[in-house]
Design a protein around this ligand. Structure first.
Ligand SMILES: Cc1ncc(COP(=O)(O)O)c(C=O)c1O
Length: 428
């Protein structure tokens, strides 16, 4: 398979070796899956171990992965980081956590997991630099949102975020140690950072998820959730067992092990940083895999132009178009991107976006109704909703809906939280 093309890496992979050896043996399938094809997509058979209670090649792979990620235990996931976020919060709840301090710009899985598990999200506002979401440091949080942090039983961070910002992991880790709180990290975009301990969630968090399918060469939905201590590992195992499928995909599992063992691409890491010199509108955070280009009001047009040319960025949020790289991005692809971005920024100038003040209000009553977007201006939003991706709330419950945000929702290709083009609002 093309994904497993790095020979030295795949040689070190327990799951890939097992699947390859078995694929060469006679195999008549009278088991699931129903496609009955010989190959990698098998089910849990006598030789292929079992993800729920691993004793063979899966356990070996998980142990190797845990070692690389500096974890006490790591669990392979074939259901995306979403399952990891649920498992982390379930484990936290089992430790007595009833509330978490969490940034409003967190992925929807965090808010969904809180709702399902009965955890209260104490939400603090996103910081912005050049209109791009930016991370708060521990110190800013102490001043601005000190109350939230003091009140919360645990701190939940997203690091890196979708824009390549790495949180002040060290600062938060000291804060959590001083106050006896758990540090939980959604590293859905940070699996590749294990090479760089100062930027890596696993160097600081008690529980964290690495969404390896996003920034490492793994199949979509491949992720790993990890616990730092033995104490939390058993609780995490039980939590993972609650949320994951009982029919895990072997190609995904094998690709997760392969991705975590994939070598660092030092050349690309250096080369990416030089892109900033081409244009001040190109911004690359500490996480080098996300190249954000600022367009402001021309962002959707620039995004549409990319797709017309057969170039598919990760997302457009109405201000920034983001191009996602990984250690598997080839030198040729990087050179192409450099030329393409020069042209794109020439064609689509930066046009400052008009920003309106945000306003939150408590609804007079909790009755809601669905209204068409065109009728929603000035109403109070009753459900978190936003662009998909990044799947972080553009509008939060209780936020006054502005014309600018409606325009963004209307212009985006995909959104979440809306139903048939209608938005849920409070009756006032
Ligand atoms: C920050 C963040 N966390 C969690 C997730 C969920 O990951 P997955 O799609 O692998 O379930 C995403 C997905 O985009 C994300 O951006």
């Amino acid at each position: 398979m093309r994904l497993f093309r790095d020979k030295p890496t795949r040689k070190r992979c327990k799951l890939y070796s097992m699947l390859r050896a078995q694929a060469r043996r006679p195999h008549k399938s009278f088991h699931t899956p129903g496609h009955k094809q010989k190959g990698f997509d098998i089910t849990e058979l006598s030789y292929s171990d079992n993800l729920s209670c691993p004793r063979g090649c899966i356990l070996d792979a998980e142990r190797d992965v845990a070692k690389i990620l500096s974890a006490n235990r790591s669990f392979l996931l074939t259901d995306g980081s979403t399952a990891g976020v649920f498992a982390i919060l379930h484990t936290a709840k089992a430790q007595g956590v009833r509330s978490i301090a969490v940034c409003e710009n967190s992925h929807k899985s965090v808010f969904n997991a809180c709702a399902v598990l009965g955890i209260t999200p104490l939400v603090y506002e996103q910081a912005y630099r050049d209109k791009i979401p930016f991370v708060h440091t521990r110190y800013a949080l102490n001043e601005d949102f000190g109350n939230i942090f003091a009140k919360a039983d645990a701190v939940f961070l997203t690091s890196p975020d979708y824009y390549g910002n790495v949180a002040d992991l060290q600062g938060f880790s000291s804060f959590c140690k001083e106050t006896g709180k758990l540090l939980l990290v959604d590293g859905a975009h940070g699996g590749h950072l294990h090479f760089e301990p100062s930027l890596y969630a696993g160097a600081y968090a008690d529980l964290w998820v690495d969404g390896v399918h996003k920034s490492l060469p793994a199949y979509t939905q491949g992720a790993v959730v990890s616990a730092k201590s033995e104490n939390l590992a058993e609780s995490l195992r039980q939590a993972v067992d609650c949320f994951r499928t009982t029919s895990p995909s072997y190609p995904i599992m094998a690709s997760v092990e392969y991705a975590v063992k994939y070598p660092r691409n030092v050349w690309l890491e250096q080369a990416i940083k030089t892109l900033r010199d081409d244009n001040e509108r190109i911004s690359i955070g500490e996480d080098w895999t996300k190249v954000c280009v600022r367009f402001g009001d021309t962002a959707f047009q620039a995004h549409a132009y990319c797709e017309q040319k057969g170039v598919y960025p990760e997302f457009c949020d109405g201000n920034v178009v983001m191009f996602y790289l990984s250690p598997a991005t080839s030198r040729k692809a990087f050179r192409f991107l450099r030329r393409f971005l020069r042209k794109l920024t020439d064609l689509f100038p930066f046009v400052q976006r008009k920003e309106q003040e945000r306003e939150f209000a408590l609804p007079n009553n909790a009755t809601t109704e669905q209204v068409a977007l065109r009728d929603a201006e000035n109403r109070l939003c009753a459900t978190n909703c936003g662009l998909f991706p990044p799947c972080t709330p553009l509008l939060r419950v209780g936020e006054r809906i502005t014309e600018e945000k409606l325009r963004l929702l209307e212009s985006a290709d995909n959104v979440y939280g809306l139903l048939d083009g209608k938005i849920s609002v409070f009756k006032e």
